[in-house]
Design a protein around this ligand. Structure first.
Ligand SMILES: CC(C)(COP(=O)(O)OP(=O)(O)OC[C@H]1O[C@@H](n2cnc3c(N)ncnc32)[C@H](O)[C@@H]1OP(=O)(O)O)[C@@H](O)C(=O)NCCC(=O)NCCS
Length: 161
């Protein structure tokens, strides 16, 4: 059954493969993913089915803002709604815990921009030459609606220990 859960160290091999396949100039190193487990503001998630990792997201929550730091779906599974599932999960997860979600996306990444727009994100700024190859980034943001406060974030951190 398909499931979204916190990332574990043993997921990193599969996560790295997806990351390297999806990002050329800006791929993360194994160390970078491992470091996320040490950061108390980092929430790394995976989308999996029967042990196969289909996608992942690394999300930081700093004060009232949530930043999507890295987000990708296995290339062979694009266009099947998994990206939307994972993004919807993140939005629900942080409702009531934060005021906004922001991210940076390459100007040319129309597929991702369309996904974010379909979930209500708006382009709030353009960052010139943001990426190492000189491409500009769009900064996109979503204001989260208030919801009755829950302890979801804390539960995640507690169970991750
Ligand atoms: C961006 C990414 C996460 C989308 O994942 P996905 O599973 O393919 O997305 P979904 O199947 O959930 O599609 C969601 C939306 O994306 C858009 N989309 C899907 N296929 C598309 C296509 N062929 N062309 C353009 N837009 C497309 C649509 O808006 C779609 O919504 P709809 O089905 O209601 O029209 C995935 O393509 C990916 O991993 N890309 C490489 C890494 C990346 O760019 N990450 C984001 C960096 S900020």
């Amino acid at each position: 059954m398909m499931n979204i859960r916190e990332m574990r160290p043993e997921d990193i091999d599969q996560v790295l493969r997806i990351n390297e396949e999806c990002f050329t100039t800006d791929a993360w190193s194994r160390k970078a993913f491992e470091r996320e487990f040490e950061l108390d503001y980092s929430y790394p998630f995976v989308l999996e089915e029967d042990g196969k990792i289909m996608g992942y997201a690394v999300v930081w929550k700093v004060l009232d803002d949530v930043s999507i730091m890295s987000f990708a779906i296995d290339r062979s599974l694009w266009g099947k709604g998994y990206g939307k599932r994972l993004l919807s999960f993140i939005i629900e997860y942080f409702k009531g815990e934060a005021k906004s979600i922001t991210l940076d996306v390459r100007r040319s990444n129309l597929r991702a921009i369309r996904l974010y727009k379909s979930m209500g994100f708006k382009i709030v700024a353009e960052r010139p030459r943001y990426y190492s190859d000189g491409e500009n980034a769009f900064q996109m943001g979503l204001e989260l609606e208030e919801r009755d406060a829950t302890d979801k974030g804390k539960t995640f951190k507690a169970s991750a220990q």
